[in-house]
Design a protein around this ligand. Structure first.
Ligand SMILES: Cc1cc2nc3c(=O)[nH]c(=O)nc-3n(C[C@H](O)[C@H](O)[C@H](O)COP(=O)(O)OP(=O)(O)OC[C@H]3O[C@@H](n4cnc5c(N)ncnc54)[C@H](O)[C@@H]3O)c2cc1C
Length: 430
């Protein structure tokens, strides 16, 4: 059976597909593949753009392991099985008056897959999803069931918080949650320069700030999400449908098709898109404000850079695109998060701004990514592990401060490289 990821940028024909439902199943599955000298890649929901989940040999799917197995009401912690999607998790948390502190743009990922590549949202005082992992259970290549927490092998926690599926198979993760909260969302189309001039102020004044920029325009679409106590003022069902299905899905697809057929129209199309994207104001539960539907497939490259560097990096980027006469009809997305401690995190030890370049999946992303990547690298950029980038292990060892320490943990937990693939050899080495 042919497997491909969401973006259709990775394909594989696994020699074997394993779908364990219990810890013992996981142990048996690993033992069987190991006995025949094979390799395994765990698969979450297949939403990584990179080949992080692409198997060379056996694929181990965790989607039979879903739901909550524990709830510590006093400390606001839950333990979720690895394959629970963020969408399912958010609903289960809402039933208990809880929420995750921060989320990315979508909720289709499994919780294990999301943390394993460093999935993040935005908010300068808020960290990536993996930072809320306070404990985890994983099955190693040797079949050992390892419990990692603040009190059990705590030295492994910052490796497991972003483990790339090379340390073992995560069976469950315990997450520190926060009381459920509402967000007031304000979306507006403004001048790009105004956003760049006030970047740090906007981050400091807004709990969760991000903006999009459409190439070939001077316009930014800002999304300012603030935590509020007040009553909900949700979008109507029809408003939501128009937003998510008509404007962002059908409308966006139409713009992309015209842009691909008629590149000279891209600038004008982007003007229209930038003015049509902002959705005004609404107040909804955090989960429904953070995430959106992404019905149009795309490819993405994203780097984390020091937070103060974003305005300069953006100005260089806009100038370089102008010089190259390159006008992708898919917006750039800019976000920021607080520093965290995961060994491989883009935000390890520094508050981080993110710049993401997207290209419609039917167009070749390489000219765009090849133009953007050196600019972000020159700003001390670190690539997102779940997205496209061109770097190999030696460069990553220079850029990622916890790289050597992570490799030590990997050597300890998987010395025989049962969880290896062509991709892991490229980004981590043999
Ligand atoms: C439309 C779209 C929007 C996105 N938005 C964001 C965003 O806002 N912010 C952001 O940071 N990223 C975003 N991403 C990237 C995405 O969040 C990550 O790539 C994430 O890792 C995908 O989760 P998944 O469950 O699909 O994992 P997969 O892609 O299936 O796997 C990812 C990694 O996790 C490992 N893994 C999976 N399950 C286990 C397990 N049980 N044990 C051990 N390892 C495991 C895999 O081996 C692989 O290395 C987006 C992706 C898409 C397609």
């Amino acid at each position: 059976m042919i497997w491909s990821n969401w973006a259709r940028s990775q394909r594989a024909e696994p020699r074997e597909v394993l779908s364990p439902a219990t810890v013992d199943d996981v142990r048996r599955s690993i033992a069987r593949v190991r006995e025949r000298g094979g390799t395994i890649r765990p698969l979450g929901s297949g939403h990584s753009f990179s080949a992080a989940a692409r198997p060379d040999d056996a694929q181990l799917r965790v989607d039979a392991m879903r739901g909550l197995v524990a709830h510590d009401a006093e400390r606001g912690r839950v333990t979720a099985l690895a394959g629970t999607t963020i969408r399912e998790l958010s609903a289960l948390l809402a039933d208990r008056g809880l929420a995750l502190d921060n989320l990315g743009d979508i909720d289709r990922q499994s919780i294990a897959g999301a943390i394993s590549t460093g999935t993040h949202g935005t908010g300068i005082l808020h960290r990536s999803i993996g930072a809320s992992v306070v404990a985890a259970t994983l099955v190693t290549a040797a079949g050992a069931v390892v419990r990692v927490s603040e009190t059990e092998q705590p030295e492994l926690l910052d490796a497991v918080r972003l483990g790339l599926g090379v340390l073992g198979v995560l069976v469950d993760v315990t997450l520190q949650c926060v009381p459920a909260f509402a967000l007031e969302a304000i979306e507006a189309t403004v001048d790009l320069d105004a956003v760049l001039d006030d970047w740090m102020g906007l981050l400091e004044r807004t709990d969760h700030f991000e903006f999009y920029w459409f190439a070939g325009t001077e316009l930014a679409v800002t999304k300012s999400n603030s935590r509020v106590e007040g009553p909900l003022e949700p979008r109507s069902a029809i408003g939501r449908f128009l937003d998510e299905r008509v404007l962002t899905d059908v409308g966006h697809r139409a713009l992309l098709t015209v842009g691909a057929l008629l590149p000279s129209a891209s600038r004008a199309l982007n003007q229209v898109a930038a003015r049509g994207m902002a959705r005004g104001r609404f107040v909804e539960p955090s989960h429904s404000v953070f995430v959106a539907e992404r019905a149009v497939r795309f490819r993405e490259l994203e780097y984390g850079i020091p937070v103060e560097a974003l305005p300069d990096a953006m100005r260089e980027l806009t100038a370089a695109l102008r010089r190259a006469d390159l006008t992708p009809t898919f917006p750039f997305e800019m976000r920021a998060t607080a520093a965290d401690s995961a060994l491989l995190s883009t935000a390890r030890g520094r508050d981080t701004a993110y710049i993401a370049a997207h290209r419609w999946w039917r167009e070749d992303p390489r000219p765009l990514f090849e133009l953007v990547e050196p600019i972000l690298l020159a700003h001390d950029g670190r690539p997102h592990w779940g997205k496209h980038h061109s770097l190999r292990a030696p460069q990553l060892a220079e850029l990622v401060p916890g790289f050597a320490e992570f490799l030590d943990v990997r050597n300890r937990l998987d010395p025989e490289r049962v969880f290896a693939s062509e991709w892991t050899r490229r980004v981590l080495g043999d």
